[in-house]
Design a protein around this ligand. Structure first.
Ligand code: ATP
Ligand code: MG
Ligand code: FE
Length: 351
């Protein structure tokens, strides 16, 4: 079965064509992605209306380009999949309506996909990672620890109580005038900084469960920066390094608790998958690597272009669901759509 996937929930317009072969493995036949980073950079963050308009401007060209790259025509597609949420509603609507119209014109099924399910199954695009595994999803909009037990079977063990980690990186960069997106800029500055100079808080450390909170850390960073103004380059670097150290220690603490819960439930060595733009951060990868090696487990980090928002994961989630004979969702756009709420029968309300 072959799916064309569309992703427009945030600031990437993406299209991909993926096939599921006879062994149940993914074959990516073509994928294109257009990042809007330059459109949003002057504003220091993603502007929803600019994002939605950019999706309108580019999506149809990308669909044609992706079909051309795969040397396929619309009639070769077995279904069309698009992100139906969660995300910025204007963008989600663009992808959803385009996908539905295309499916109806070709006469194939339209398959609405939960963007988070796309991320959850994304490691299986490049290698056949068996279930169960733990997913650490860290992006600009999400910070979650999910237990992925199978296709359509997800338990959310932890989430952020306030800011997402990518958002905290972006806000830190904005405060320190390092530009957008903030994560890579903060990581670069941190390399020449002294991580021990500032003792920033370690939110929720030692608390039960696997939740996160970054609002206190962000405030502490702002107050420290204000106290040292005007900031020298070295102080900016030290602030970045200290921020990154606090983040690393927080992740270590929260993830240790998730890994213990995983080992209490399953006898197999833990498999931890990290996805989302923040998973590109080398200091964070090192923390995850240490945690998982100490438990004789395996750390899987999909290639960078599948860690961030992409359409191959949307097409693939649709194919995995169809192969597992799971029911299709109502094709309504949802700004919020927790992954573990998928099992509830009333999916069509859009609320
Ligand atoms: P969503 O949350 O809907 O998945 P998003 O567009 O916010 O969407 P991604 O594209 O996966 O998420 O990731 C972008 C985020 O990742 C930004 O917040 C960016 O600052 C952060 N990021 C990227 N590279 C790094 C890095 N090296 N270190 C830390 N954060 C990073
Ligand atoms: Mg993005
Ligand atoms: Fe995403």
């Amino acid at each position: 079965m072959r799916a064309l996937g569309i992703e427009t929930s945030c600031d990437e317009t993406a299209v991909a064509i993926v096939r599921r072969d006879a062994n149940g493995h993914a074959v990516i036949e073509a994928e294109t992605v257009l990042s809007q980073i330059d459109d949003h950079a002057p504003f220091g963050g993603v502007v929803p209306e600019i994002a939605a308009r950019a999706h309108v401007d580019h999506l149809d060209h990308l669909i044609t380009a992706t079909l051309n790259e795969a040397k396929l025509s619309p009639q070769d597609l077995d279904c069309i999949a698009a992100t139906a949420g969660p995300g910025l509603i204007g963008g989600v609507l663009v992808g959803l309506v385009t996908g539905r119209a295309m499916a109806s014109a070709i006469g194939v099924p339209f398959i609405p996909v939960n963007h988070l399910e796309g991320h959850a199954l994304s490691p299986r695009l490049s290698e056949h990672v068996p279930f169960p595994y733990l997913l650490f999803l860290v992006s600009g909009g999400h910070t979650q620890i999910l237990c992925v037990e199978g296709v359509g079977q997800y338990e959310r063990w932890g989430t952020t109580l306030d800011d997402a980690l990518g958002e905290a990186f972006d806000k830190t960069a904005k405060l320190l005038e390092l530009g957008f997106p903030g994560g890579p800029a903060v990581e670069r500055m941190a390399e020449s900084g002294d991580a021990d100079r500032f003792q920033l808080p370690l939110p929720l450390k030692g608390k039960q469960g696997c939740d996160f909170s970054f609002a206190g850390l962000k405030t502490a960073l702002r107050l420290t920066a204000e106290k040292h103004a005007p900031l020298s380059d070295q102080t900016v670097a030290d602030l970045c390094a200290s921020f990154q150290r606090s983040v690393g220690e927080t992740i270590k603490d929260r993830m240790a608790s998730a890994l213990t819960r995983f080992s209490d439930r399953y006898t197999s060595p833990p498999v931890l998958v990290a996805a989302g733009g923040v998973a590109a951060n080398k200091a964070i990868r090192a923390v995850l690597d240490d945690l998982i090696s100490a438990r004789q487990g395996r750390l899987v980090i999909p290639p960078a272009h599948h860690c961030t928002d992409n359409a191959a994961m949307i097409a693939w989630a649709a194919l995995e669901r169809e192969a597992a004979h799971l029911p299709r969702f109502e094709p309504s756009a949802r700004p919020r759509w927790p992954l573990d709420a998928q099992a509830t029968p009333k999916l069509g309300s859009g609320k």
